[in-house]
Design a protein around this ligand. Structure first.
Ligand code: ZN
Length: 188
């Protein structure tokens, strides 16, 4: 008899102040079994934290890849979870939109961020095939947010100076782990 055991692997999420969140991701050379295992653990971690996107450096990995899963959002129930490896944003619309964003690495913070309304992204999938996706609205936003993580950027880098100033107390609370959250984060 074959017994398959699925072990959930939840990895502590890196938070604002952790150095890896400021480092550029490294291009993936091959989609190895080890990488597939990491991706599976990232999905477990993202779902446990009820996130809709997760970049590799948010769980301490250096690879250039992120996940997007909008299934839990109204209107996106049929969304097929995406794994974008070595993504490149190849087109941005001039048209922008403003939407409130949060980030698993910035617990408790929600802030309006302006981003391109439409994008085109090129990446490789887990079968090592190149794909291109045109996205708008929430999907474009999540992709741009996650892509930012891979170049070491986060929400506070995308808002005006005065808005960033208003966030400074919350940011230092996060860095000092003076926050209550219901998913594991790094110890700092
Ligand atoms: Zn984020």
């Amino acid at each position: 008899m074959l017994i398959r055991i699925n072990i959930m692997a939840i990895i502590p999420i890196t938070v604002y102040g952790d150095k890896i969140l400021r480092q550029k991701a490294q291009s993936v050379k091959a989609v190895s079994d080890e990488l597939i295992g990491k991706i599976r653990n990232m999905f477990d971690t993202m779902r446990n934290a009820k996130g809709i996107g997760l970049a590799a450096n948010q769980v301490g990995f250096r690879e250039s890849l992120f996940l997007v899963d909008l299934q839990g959002i109204e209107g996106y129930e049929k969304f097929k979870p995406l794994v974008l490896i070595n993504p490149e944003i190849i087109l941005h619309s001039d048209e922008v939109s403003v939407m409130e964003e949060g980030c698993l690495s910035l617990p408790s913070i929600r802030v309006d961020v302006e981003r391109a309304e439409k994008i085109k992204v090129r990446f490789i999938n887990t079968d090592e095939k190149e794909e291109e996706i045109e996205a708008d609205d929430l999907l474009a936003r999540v992709i741009l947010h996650e892509y930012d993580h891979l170049i070491g950027k986060m929400i506070p880098d995308r808002v005006a100076e005065d808005v960033k100033k208003q966030l400074s107390k919350e940011l230092s609370n996060i860095m000092n782990r003076e926050i209550e959250i219901d998913y594991p984060i790094t110890k700092g």
